[in-house]
Design a binder for this molecule. Structure first.
Ligand code: GLA
Length: 397
């Protein structure tokens, strides 16, 4: 078992195994070797939730769970897709690519559609080990992996930010999720052993080494799957946009959420509609937590880092209202244990994973205690997901 911020050696082996398995399937199906192979990582967000589409800060890191994709040109105008995990294959003429009822196909079509005038027919096979609906961005890993691979295959000369925006647009237009840019950024720009603090107003970022002196991050999957497209994610975005529009009317020099202070929010409590006030309160306090967390990482300050995680969860629970009974229970149970410095739900919300900061020597005990309580309460088995922080989307072949 290995955890975030522990050097680990299994990543290369896993990539090699995935590549062998996928290559065999590709060659069997298409009767030709792949020309380009890509490993596209998921991400964990250390803190900064729902701040990306609100001109805020985020602090994600790419993780060593990947979508692996193999590509070859096929000399026709047909796009052939093969998902090993879904055991489904489909072919469609490039000119007829459009939104469908299949979520996994939509992630791919959304990217292909934007590039259709610059590419030709191709064959694709892919598989992966980024858990779906767990708040670890399996969808961004697919979208970015497709864009990255097609960019290599057809020598399109697109830069990482171009690919990030194409992947984001695929989610907007084909998955109908009005997401921010954090997941695509983390997937493409990830750096081994580092978390990346991104300022979503100007897309500048800083990398901080994650070294938690004597502690590790544990990632626990609540096994409650979210499906963000169907959830209240888009509504949260509307509410927080309505709140900032109102605040701009009230404070005419204000440009965006980064200019909103806790004092300003205090002043308008009772004036701004309550739900919108709480959405804004989450964003303003979460931005501060990102800046503080980034300082904690630089100073290896685990006690305050843990407190920030837990405060972040309560803000998601009460102000932004994107948690669920199961993840709330996990956070409460975890934070009652003396060896746990803090915990919070990660990702878009409504289920998925909880990230906890735990002393290194008490990992197994923590898993046992929380696992048992969770089983008793919900009759569900939590899954611990061993992760380490890895580099961004890259070529395998
Ligand atoms: C999803 C979205 C991101 C971000 C998070 C919440 O992962 O894709 O853009 O908004 O939710 O922080």
């Amino acid at each position: 078992m290995f955890f975030i911020c522990k050097m680990q050696t299994t990543e290369n082996r896993e990539t090699t195994q995935a590549l062998q398995y996928l290559r065999r399937a590709f060659e069997q199906r298409y009767q030709r070797p792949p020309e380009v192979g890509v490993a596209s990582p998921g991400r964990v967000n250390i803190i900064g939730e729902h701040t990306d589409y609100n001109d805020g800060y985020v602090l994600p890191a790419a993780i060593d769970h990947h979508i692996y994709l193999l590509f070859a040109k096929n000399g026709t105008d047909t796009v052939n897709l093969y998902s090993l995990d879904y055991d489904q294959a489909v072919s469609v003429p490039l000119r007829e690519v459009r939104r469908t009822e299949s979520p996994w196909q939509n992630f791919i079509y959304g990217v292909v559609y934007q590039l259709r005038d610059r590419i030709e027919g191709f064959d694709l096979a892919f598989c992966g080990n980024v858990p779906e609906g767990a708040g670890l961005s399996s969808s961004a890993a697919i979208c970015c992996g497709i864009g990255f691979g097609l960019n290599e295959l057809f020598e399109l000369d697109l830069q990482k930010w171009d690919l990030a925006k194409i992947a984001q647009k695929s989610e907007h237009d084909f998955a109908l999720l009005n997401c921010g840019i954090m997941d695509q950024f983390a997937c493409l720009f990830g750096q081994k052993g580092h978390a990346l603090k991104l300022d979503c107003t100007d897309l500048t970022y800083e990398a901080s080494e994650v070294d938690l002196a004597g502690c590790v991050f544990l990632l626990l999957n609540s096994m409650v799957k979210h499906s963000l497209g169907d959830s209240d994610y888009n509504r949260r975005r509307e509410e927080s946009e309505a709140a900032i529009a109102w605040l701009r009317g009230r404070f005419p020099t204000l440009r965006n959420y980064q200019g909103v202070t806790p004092e300003m929010l205090g002043e308008v409590k009772g004036e701004l509609e309550d739900t919108q006030w709480r959405r804004a309160h989450h964003i303003v306090s979460e931005n501060q937590r990102v800046l503080q967390m980034s300082k904690c990482l630089a100073e290896h300050e685990v006690v305050s880092a843990g407190q920030l995680l837990t405060e972040g969860h309560y803000s998601l629970q009460h102000d932004y209202e994107v948690t669920c009974e199961e993840t709330d229970f996990l956070v409460t149970t975890l934070t009652e244990l003396p060896q746990v410095y803090g915990a919070r739900q990660v990702g878009g919300g409504f289920g998925g994973c909880v990230l906890a900061l735990v002393t290194e020597d008490h990992v197994q005990e923590t898993l046992d205690r929380v696992g048992e309580a969770y089983q008793q309460q919900f009759n569900l088995t939590i899954q611990d997901i061993p992760i380490s922080i890895t580099g961004g989307c890259h070529r395998m072949i």
